[in-house]
Design a protein around this ligand. Structure first.
Ligand SMILES: [Zn+2]
Length: 440
């Protein structure tokens, strides 16, 4: 009897153990979370001429997708400012005010956040009612510009760490005075160094980055503890999730034309993604009505700008393409400085000029950047080749050359010799159009 009893007891224990194991497999502790994400909004408050984007329309989409989620996290991957008169005139601050209505949980910095000078970022941090994190934007002492490099949020019982990072190419994308004491430390190394500290405190590690394609790829391959990477900077987005083992990378098209939705099932114990689905939601004004609160705030800013920039200053008798507009800017630079030669970089000319009335707004669209004219004397032999545009100069003769301060900085020693400062490039062009009245 004892033998039987023992055997029954043993069988019972085995059965219970098996049941427990089965229970563990079945109830893996899977948690569902949704990551809604966007990047590179670039101050495009209003839908474009084709009805794409718009902050108020994007807000409606974010709210609708949130309502359709068990638990959502809304992430913004940098470059909120720069690209419209509202942004240039008010130096990006209204973008953060309006973004407060979009429901961002976490944002990171893009390179264009430095365009109005790094000091402005301090103001963005004050205005934003959501955390802005960048773990690798540091000064000499290792202090972070954003204060925090990451945040941890509890979403559906899951502790999610979100680390912000900015491209190491920042020095090529900004001027020294815009960056001030700040630099972007190596991305992979920064994230890797945070992992040991975050692992015990987070079930899922997410990187929110404003990165080049190479940097995304390196992060995805080299830091396996990071399960999800949400990025921006390239403006084209992507067609499918980039995947390495069970790690994922997503980004969407710029200017609010898309909202990304990444649905995750996370195995909390194994700290891995068990399943996912990703969708890009097109933001079109015929599909998403403007959220009234966002539309009101957008309108209050656009109305202020309208009186400043919807001012006629001349007439274009024909269409001018961007190359021709570049030539007009150079003509304005010559008149403003009395220089012998002027150079405007093609990349700095952001729009053409359409036939008809020329408004101040059009000049802002052409040049949203706040650059000034700089000029000075150089020997013909010292003039950078792109500034010559095939023109021949006497190598020994001295010429006065004018360009914008961004290009002068890129020219290094030759640029440093352009030590006289003229007016703001945009102001010089506006004055030039006013004087010429009719462009043929
Ligand atoms: Zn951008």
């Amino acid at each position: 009897m004892m033998g039987w009893g023992k055997r029954i007891l043993e069988s019972l224990i085995v059965a219970l153990a098996l049941a427990a194991a089965a229970c563990n497999i079945a109830g893996q502790d899977l948690r569902r979370i949704t990551i809604l994400h966007t990047n590179d909004l670039h101050a495009r408050f209003l839908p474009d001429e084709r009805g794409r984007g718009g902050f108020a329309q994007l807000a409606t989409a974010i709210r609708a997708e949130k309502a359709r989620s068990d638990a959502a996290l809304v992430l913004f991957a940098g470059d909120l400012v720069q690209g419209t008169p509202v942004s240039s005139i008010f130096q990006g601050v209204p973008c953060y005010e309006v973004a407060n209505l979009l429901g961002f949980d976490v944002a990171t910095l893009g390179n264009h956040e430095f365009d109005y000078g790094w000091e402005k970022i301090r103001e963005y941090l004050r205005v934003a009612r959501f955390p802005i994190v960048a773990a690798n934007v540091v000064d000499e002492a290792g202090t972070l510009l954003t204060g925090d490099g990451y945040v941890i949020r509890e979403v559906n019982g899951l502790r999610v760490a979100v680390i912000g990072v900015l491209t190491e190419t920042l020095p090529r994308l900004t001027m020294e005075r815009q960056r001030g004491p700040w630099r972007a430390a190596p991305v992979v190394e920064t994230v890797r160094n945070l992992v040991p500290m975050l692992r015990p405190r987070a079930d899922l590690i997410v990187v929110l980055g404003h990165l080049t394609g190479e940097e995304e790829e390196a992060l995805l391959r080299q830091v396996p503890e990071v399960s999800v990477i949400v990025t921006g900077h390239p403006h084209g987005g992507q067609d499918a999730v980039k995947e390495v083992e069970d790690r994922l990378l997503v980004k969407v098209e710029a200017y609010g034309r898309e909202l990304g939705r990444l649905d995750l099932e996370v195995d909390r114990r194994a700290r891995r993604i068990a399943a996912y689905q990703w969708r890009r939601i097109r933001i079109r004004s015929d599909e998403y009505a403007a959220a009234p609160d966002v539309a009101r705030l957008v309108e209050s800013w656009e109305a202020q700008v309208r009186t400043l920039v919807d001012v006629p200053i001349g007439v274009a008798e024909r269409d001018f393409d961007r190359r021709e507009v570049g030539a007009l800017i150079e003509a304005a630079m010559l008149e403003a400085t009395g220089a012998d030669l002027a150079y405007m970089n093609p990349g700095g000319v952001r729009d053409g000029l359409a036939k008809g009335t020329i408004l101040v707004r059009h000049i802002w669209n052409i040049m949203p950047f706040d650059n000034v004219i700089v000029y000075g004397e150089l020997a013909g032999a010292e003039i950078p080749v792109e500034a010559l545009r095939g023109r021949s100069v006497d190598p020994a003769r001295r010429y006065v050359l004018a360009t914008n301060n961004f290009i002068a900085e890129q020219w290094g020693a030759a640029g440093a010799r352009l030590d006289r400062q003229g007016p703001d490039v945009r102001e010089a062009v506006i004055d030039w159009v006013k004087r010429n009245k009719v462009l043929r």
